[in-house]
Every structure is written in C-alpha cells, then in structure tokens.
Design a protein around this ligand. Structure first.
Ligand code: NAD
Length: 375
C-alpha cells in the first residue's frame, strides 16, 4: 500500500481524491457528474488495497472546505506534504506553470511524482525534471490517462489487427463549442491554450500508436475566441512511411465531425463520439459491376458514386477490453521495480517537442522538418 497526497484539489485533483479514496480509480469517471461512487468493470483493478489517499493541499479555502467535508486530511501547505514521511507519492494537479517546481521539490524530498498533463510547459522544463528524477532515483510519471479512452483503444486495435489494410490517413479531433475556459487556461503565463490542454492528449496517443518517426509538421493555431492563447489548432503530420495524420482541437464548433476517421487501402473506420458509435466499411472487391453515374449537385459523377452491394461490407467496431486503472497500477509497479513505465518521460518529451514544432510552424506559416535528424 502506498500513500499518495494531492496538491491542487480543483476539477482534476478532486476527481483523483474521490477516485483514490473510493478505491475505484478511473472507473469513477464513468459516474460523473455524480462523483459519489465508482463502478468497476470486470477488467478494472480495484485500487483499495494498493493506494491510500494521505490528504490534499490547496490554496483555495472553498476547495479545502470541500475536502474537509469528505473527511480527507488537509495539509496546510505543500511543504507539509513534503515533510510528511508517510507520503510516498505526490500527485500534482495544479495549473501547468506550477508543475516543474512542485515536481522537483517532491523528488528532492524523496517522493515519487504522478504529474497531470501537460507534465510541463515545455521540453526544457521536462529535461530538468528528468535530470532530477535520475539523480534522486524517484519515479516521475506523466498522467496521460487518455491512452485508456475507449475510442483510442478501438482505433489501436483496428490498426494492430490490420483491419483496414495499409492505413494511409488518420484523422482525430475533439470539437466543443464553449470557447476556452475563463480560468488559468486562458493565460499564457499559467500554461494555457488548447495545444497544451488537449493537444498533449491527442499527440501523446497518436505517437504511442504509430511506431514511426514524424518527418514533417504543419500547423495552424486558432484564435477565434481568444487572442492571448490558442483556442484550438489544425495540425498535419507526415510520418516516414508516407502515412499522414490530421489532428484538430476546436472550441468554437456548434456541430462536430467524428472523433476518428481512419482510411486504409482496404477499409475505412469512423468513430463518431465518446459513446463510440461508428463503423468499419471494408472493401471486398475493387470491381463494382453495378457502378453507375449519379447526379451530384450540378453534375454527374461515377467516381464519387456510392458502391453497389457486395463490393463493400459494413462491420461493427471491435470490442475492446482493458483496465481503466492500468496507469495507477503501472505507477505503483514501476515504483516497486516490477514493471516498466507505460507512459515514459522520453515519450512525453517527444510530444512536447512536437508541440513546440507545431507552434513554430503556425508562427512561421511553414512546413517544418521533425525527427529527420534522428537515426
Ligand atoms: P483547476 O483550476 O480546477 O484546479 C487547480 C487547483 O489548484 C485549484 O483548486 C487551485 O486553487 C489549486 N492551486 C493553485 N495554485 C496552488 C498552489 N500553489 N498550491 C496548491 N494548490 C494550488 O484546474 P484543473 O482543471 O483541475 O487542472 C489541474 C491540472 O490537471 C492541470 O495541469 C490540467 O491540465 C490537468 N487536467 C488533466 C485532465 C486529464 O484528463 N488528465 C483533465 C483536467 C485537468
């Protein structure tokens, strides 16, 4: 059993507090916005015997009151967490600009760190934190929880099982309509902006799924509702095999395109939403004897005419089984030397560097080379 203390008990920190105190871990998210009890899937690890909530610390009296009402121990300040010998792990869930100093202080105080995404504001910060992790021998773990999203798990399985033949294009996106939240996320100095907020999730997953170097990057950051930070972006990546990926985050979309649109030489997969409705359409035969031109708008087309029955087949998306709590469990096993870190710091560094290249691409309106110098 390891004791974990949380610094920053806002939206995410309070979710962690409930998840850990109840022993249900990420299974609790399925119950939002009720946030009272989680439901474990058969495949989910029960964290009850593995992780204990030592307490929380927050500078906002309302958040402290919230935690008190739930019976959680309150640390008056961050130093009190660091001084508590019972605390094994510090979970950092404060705004992004605080992550670096909090992580370094924790590891120097002999604590392991689970750090919310984006782990750092930039790659230079992460390099410093990785150096402290190496010198202190403590685990620093990036919390890229969206590796365990069902939609991502499905796409990963589709690719791994070769269900679409050779994949030549991957689109993934999230589109909302509420603009950028008016809190610290709207301020540059606090690590705001959607590239750091959502971009880090989408790029973490994409790079974890495609085992190839990225050769070229082109990005347009958007400023539809804000000027100080980006409120979204469109990013185009080319991998060394020629595979391309389009990654998009939008916060001013009142209708949404599918979360995923994956095209292969023998099939196409679509995932519409987080409920994971969607389909795979698989090619049986290129030949389509019934092909006839259709009237399309002001003209005729055979190229774009739907295929006749028989040359393609519609299939449901594959079922996936996974452990919602694998990240927490992997953190604990990494600390005990029983497993390798699933979300590695090298990977987090690669993602931060990619995001930095994307921002430069947007600023210079140019296609930039990436990773071509790495052997
Ligand atoms: P939030 O504003 O809701 O919560 C942040 C909390 O930190 C607040 O309660 C604030 O009072 C507290 N805080 C600020 N400075 C502090 C300090 N010096 N000491 C102690 N507490 C302090 O923000 P949030 O949405 O919970 O985001 C927090 C972190 O979690 C961010 O890094 C964010 O990117 C991340 N996050 C991750 C996910 C995910 O899915 N992994 C989702 C949401 C947020």
């Amino acid at each position: 059993m390891k004791n974990i203390a949380i610094v920053g008990c806002g939206g995410m920190g309070s979710g962690h507090a409930i998840a850990i105190a109840s022993g249900t871990g990420n299974a609790i998210w399925a119950e939002l916005p009720v946030q009272t009890e989680g439901k474990l899937q058969e495949t989910d690890s029960d964290l009850g015997d593995l992780l204990h909530l030592a307490g929380i610390c927050d500078i906002d009296p309302d958040r402290v009151q919230w935690a008190k009402e739930r019976g959680y121990r309150i640390y008056d300040c961050y130093q009190d967490i660091l001084d508590d010998p019972a605390v094994d792990i510090v979970l950092i869930a404060t705004p992004n600009h605080l992550h670096k100093d909090e992580a370094i202080l924790a590891m120097r105080a002999g604590k392991h760190v689970l750090c919310e995404k984006p782990v750092m504001m930039n790659s230079a910060e992460l390099e410093k934190v990785m150096a402290v992790a190496a010198e202190s021998g403590k685990v620093f773990y990036p919390r890229q929880n969206r590796r365990w999203d069902k939609d991502y798990m499905i796409v990963k399985k589709i690719l791994q099982d070769g269900m679409l033949g050779k994949v030549f294009s991957i689109e993934c996106r999230v589109q909302g309509s509420r603009g950028i939240p008016g809190d610290w996320r709207a301020k540059k100095e606090f690590g705001g902006g959607m590239m750091l907020d959502w971009g880090v999730h989408l790029l973490d997953r994409l790079l974890a799924m495609v085992p190839e170097k990225v050769t070229h990057v082109f990005c347009d950051l958007t400023h539809v509702t804000t000027s100080e930070v980006d409120d979204g972006f469109k990013l185009h990546l080319t991998f060394e095999s020629g595979l391309t990926a389009s990654v998009e985050v939008g916060t001013c979309h009142f209708a949404a395109l599918p979360l995923w649109f994956v095209a292969g030489e023998h099939g196409t997969a679509v995932i519409d939403n987080w409920e994971c409705t969607g389909k795979i359409v698989r090619l049986h035969s290129w030949e389509d004897k019934d092909a006839k031109p259709i009237l399309a708008g002001a003209g005729l087309t055979k190229t774009m005419a739907p295929r006749g029955d028989g040359s393609v087949q519609e299939l449901p998306l594959p079922e996936v089984e996974y452990d919602n709590n694998e990240l927490y469990v992997n953190l604990l096993e990494t600390i005990d030397g029983k497993a390798a870190q699933i979300v590695t710091n090298d990977h987090a560094l690669r993602v931060l560097r990619l995001m930095e290249t994307a921002v430069r691409s947007s600023e210079t309106h140019s296609v930039l080379a990436f990773e071509t110098h790495i052997n």
